[in-house]
Design a protein around this ligand. Structure first.
Ligand code: IPE
Ligand code: IPE
Ligand code: MG
Length: 228
């Protein structure tokens, strides 16, 4: 029978910002700005839908190999985002978490993030996790190394707790916008049994209605976890 239960954890690969801009003969940075602008209302809508965990892929570890000019514009947008939006999250009772290697991004942004995590730590309505400088393989290897250093043998459950997403439920629904059908090193362990949903829409054009469609489709899926 179809599983009508809402997903506890929705993860979104926010892809297509650059192409969105290029198609409009705009610089790629304008696409990143449009994407970040879309991210905030979309995350609010995800929580309004009753989802408790929303994890958004904002910047991969591999994206850090992009040209310096593009990275600079992205970092500037992150600065603006963290400076302006954190109090809104706090007012809405949303807890901010960030996963990824923050040593890879400018120190002032890492400091803004740490402050944002502290200020929103009491949020009970939902957890918004931004993946920044994140790579799933790197996260898995880092957890393996920690376990080895401690001389610990792990189980699937204890290992999951050692990942940067420790404490969160596994991903139920993973959405990727921007037409590509791949995971690009996102939540490889956590999404082992996630339902995948690929949207042709470039992220700035991915509306709340498009999210509702993904959610409706998720509710129709039959999650078997290897059983019959
Ligand atoms: C996703 O959009 C956002 C980041 C990776 C920072 P892209 O920048 O990958 O946009 P496309 O895929 O080139 O259109
Ligand atoms: C994945 O998109 C990363 C983010 C959306 C942050 P990419 O644009 O980096 O993925 P590839 O390079 O097409 O696989
Ligand atoms: Mg892309």
């Amino acid at each position: 029978m179809a599983d009508m239960v809402l997903p506890h954890h929705v993860a979104i690969i926010m892809d297509g910002n650059g192409r969105w801009a290029t198609r409009r003969l705009m610089p790629r940075a304008a696409g990143h700005r449009a994407g970040l602008k879309r991210m905030i209302p979309l995350a609010e809508h995800v929580f309004e839908s009753g989802v408790k965990y929303c994890t958004l892929f904002a910047l991969s570890a591999e994206n850090l190999n992009r040209p310096q000019e593009e990275l600079e514009s992205l970092f500037q947008l992150f600065r603006e985002y963290f400076a302006k939006q954190i109090h809104k999250l706090e007012q809405q009772g949303i807890r901010l978490r960030v996963i990824g290697n923050l040593a890879l991004i400018p120190a002032d942004i890492a400091a803004l993030i740490a402050q944002g995590e502290r200020e929103t730590a009491k949020g009970k309505r939902g957890t918004l996790t931004l993946a920044i400088g994140y790579g799933a393989r790197q996260d898995i290897v880092s957890a393996c190394n920690s376990a080895m250093k401690e001389g610990r043998e792990v189980t699937v459950e204890t290992f999951a707790e050692m990942l940067s997403t420790g404490g969160m439920p596994a991903v139920d629904l993973l959405i990727r916008t921007g037409k590509e059908k791949r995971l690009s090193n996102f939540l490889l362990f956590e999404a082992a049994y996630a339902e995948l949903y690929f949207s042709e829409k470039m992220f700035p054009d991915f509306t709340n209605k498009h999210f509702d469609r993904a959610l409706a489709e998720y509710c129709k899926r039959d999650r078997r976890y290897g059983k019959i």
